[in-house]
Design a protein around this ligand. Sequence first.
Ligand code: PRP
Ligand code: MN
Ligand code: MG
Length: 179
Amino acid sequence: MQNDILEILISEEDIKKKVTELGEKLSAEYVGRNPLVICVLKGAFIFMADLVKSINVPLEIDFMAVSSYGASTKSSGVVKIIKDLDVPVEGRDVLIVEDIIDSGLTLSHLIEMLNNRNAKSTRVVTLFDKPSGRKVDLQADYAGFIIPDAFVVGYGLDYSEKYRNLPYVGVLKPEIYSH
Ligand code: PRP
Ligand code: MN
Ligand code: MG
């Protein structure tokens, strides 16, 4: 698995520091608001688990599974809801947790959906942001790292469902996805 990685882009240690920092900011923002923290499966599962440990106010969690990429490296633009939320979001302060924003299509779709369901507020925290990939005008309220236009994997990010379990973020060797 490590052999498929060209270079480590963001180390495990740097990720830890950043996640703690984001958690502290979010703790301040959500005092007394009992936010509903939504993990966008599958990619955000590791970030979600680490992040909520650093948010030291009462909160609730839920999960949603959507997919836009399938087994391809490029977004198809079609966002499919595979698993919906278990609880209503009406009147709730919602925090969406994403691993990465690329084209922005997944999130713009989700935000529209949550607004239609009358969430009180909808904010987005993403650990990684790839602004060069944007197809819709969308910005995260909280972002960890800006990522260059390379195919990155690890810490939840996959290629063909693999590499999610790497503890760091690395650039995938081109020969892995070019054939
Ligand atoms: C990836 C990633 C984000 C989304 C970002 O998910 O985890 O959710 O794509 O891309 P976008 O901004 O272009 O929409 P993917 O659809 O690959 O599903 P996964 O989380 O299960 O890997
Ligand atoms: Mn995802
Ligand atoms: Mg994916």
